[in-house]
Design a protein around this ligand. Structure first.
Ligand SMILES: [Zn+2]
Length: 262
């Protein structure tokens, strides 16, 4: 399954890059025009010209509607310096939940994540030395962690170089954590320079593991709580809902469980 996902992901990346190379050149007005033309030709022109039956013309209408979104998406994605499918992941809230809290809360959450992995993590208040937000150590291992709490902006090779340049002590491993995304060029730069990356989907996965390990107790009935997605983002809900309507904000229990506020 993982291989299939990987192959599909690579194909999607290539398709995405190709579409974006061509359609990303359009101006916003041009993209809208191409979208309308695509929808009109595929959804209207072809079924009319070939006098297609209803079910078959419906297929053309749907195909036209889907393809018509591509030019607009390509231009929007280019504006955010993202690939189309990554823009969709962001826009559909896949990488969300992280977008709802402040930079300082994000730092404490990341510190909590490292604490949960056996590190002794300290959030450095204000603007730390060389932009370091968290210092973490576990035995001989020392990490200097920089948090970029960006939603749609991509972490680039430049951020990797700057972080590397700021850490002169060779016994310390620089770590760049972002709630946003990064490109292959960023991953390559990080590998070459010995900078660890914790990015987007990987970060979400690790946070989900953390969430599954700590679930708070319901303030009303003391039973376990489960994470749920609400209209205002993630929250903890009593496992017996709707019998009991106990709920709690999502992040404080995580931070209480592992975070340190010094
Ligand atoms: Zn309850």
């Amino acid at each position: 399954v993982e291989l299939t996902i990987h192959v599909m992901g690579t194909r999607l990346d290539r398709f995405d890059a190709r579409v974006q190379r061509v359609l990303g050149q359009l101006s916003p007005a041009g993209a809208v025009a191409v979208s309308i033309a695509t929808a009109a030709v595929l959804g209207g022109g072809i079924p009319w010209a070939f006098r297609l039956d209803r079910p078959i013309s419906l297929v053309w209408v749907v195909a036209g509607a889907i393809l018509a979104t591509l030019p607009v998406l390509a231009v929007a994605a280019k504006g955010h310096n993202l690939e189309i499918h990554r823009l969709l992941l962001v826009q559909t809230g896949y990488l969300d939940g992280l977008g709802t809290f402040s930079g300082s809360e994000f730092e404490h959450l990341i510190a909590a994540l490292y604490e949960s992995q056996g590190f002794d993590a300290t959030v450095i208040g204000g603007t730390g030395d060389g932009g370091i937000d968290i210092e973490a150590r576990r035995g001989e291992m020392r990490l200097a962690i920089q948090c970029k709490h960006w939603k749609t902006k991509k972490v680039g090779p430049r951020e990797v170089r700057e972080l590397r340049g700021a850490i002169l002590d060779t016994s310390v491993t620089p770590v760049l954590v972002t709630s946003g995304l990064c490109s292959d060029a960023t991953r390559n730069a990080a590998r070459e320079r010995g900078v660890d990356l914790l990015v987007g989907v990987d970060l979400i996965r690790q946070l989900q593991e953390l969430v599954s390990r700590i679930s708070p107790h319901c303030p009303l009935c003391e039973r376990k709580m489960v994470p749920k997605d609400g209209s205002r983002g993630k929250f903890w809900s009593c496992i017996t809902f709707p019998t009991c309507r106990g709920s709690e904000d999502f992040y404080p229990p995580l931070i209480r469980a592992f975070g340190r506020t010094h």
